[in-house]
Design a protein around this ligand. Structure first.
Ligand SMILES: N[C@@H](CCC(=O)N[C@@H](CS)C(=O)NCC(=O)O)C(=O)O
Length: 212
């Protein structure tokens, strides 16, 4: 059955791969599933046809036969559960890999998203310069903990998994800030993710859209 995902017609990051369709593309590449992409403009995302796919008018979405999904983690989990390559077979390691997926989006990503809000959306507010260091401190708190847990390991829990796919994707959002470089093991972890052939294919595919 044909898989169709949605992505920005023009990503605000100009092709740095930070929009969440890259996470879905990466998962699809890891599990070797071909896919098509429906590109949507910001205006089209808020129209009924797209709202039927995504109630919040965002990307990415996923369609396969009569199944339509939204929320990146749910799409990645769907793929990981149905195809080999992103989750261990044994129940306990599998549950731990899924835990890392949620840790990425629920525990590590929120302060990272706050940084974008603080810098871009709230950067001109009178209190912005006071707030920014607090936001950065909250990111460092999480990275200190993550760095300690990762240690010298290549991946978070044994072999590469959907948990690493989500965590690397989340950490990539920090690269421009320079904060990631304060944690050499996390910077190396992200580089290992980016070096995966599946990531490279996903990155190139989104770049091609954004540099047309
Ligand atoms: N929780 C959602 C967030 C989706 C999301 O924020 N998508 C962004 C692109 S990465 C978007 O569509 N932004 C445009 C908008 O919200 O209007 C997920 O993980 O899929």
């Amino acid at each position: 059955m044909t898989i169709t995902i949605t992505a920005f017609e023009r990503s605000p990051d100009g092709g740095k791969g930070l929009a969440r369709d890259t996470r879905v593309r990466w998962a699809l590449e890891e599990v070797g599933q071909p896919y098509q992409v429906r590109l949507v403009s910001f205006a089209a995302m808020k129209e009924p046809a797209h709202l039927a796919r995504h109630p919040f008018g965002q990307i990415p979405t996923y369609e396969e036969g009569n199944l339509a999904l939204f929320e990146t983690w749910s799409i990645v989990l769907h793929l990981a559960e149905r195809h080999a390559g992103l989750l261990p077979d044994d129940a306990n390691p599998r549950a731990r890999a899924i835990t890392w997926m949620f840790a990425a989006i629920n525990t590590v990503e929120p302060p990272i998203l706050d940084l974008t809000t603080a810098k871009i959306l709230e950067g001109d507010r009178p209190w912005a310069t006071e707030r920014l260091p607090l936001v950065v401190d909250r990111i460092r708190d999480r990275l200190n903990q993550l760095s300690a847990r990762l240690g010298d390991a290549d991946w978070l829990d044994g072999a590469f998994s959907a948990g690493d796919l989500m965590m690397v994707s989340v950490l990539l959002r920090l690269r421009m800030s320079g904060i990631l470089d304060e944690y050499p093991n996390l910077a190396a972890y992200v580089a290992r993710g980016e070096a995966r052939p599946a990531y490279k294919r996903a990155f190139e595919a989104q770049l091609a859209v954004n540099t047309r």
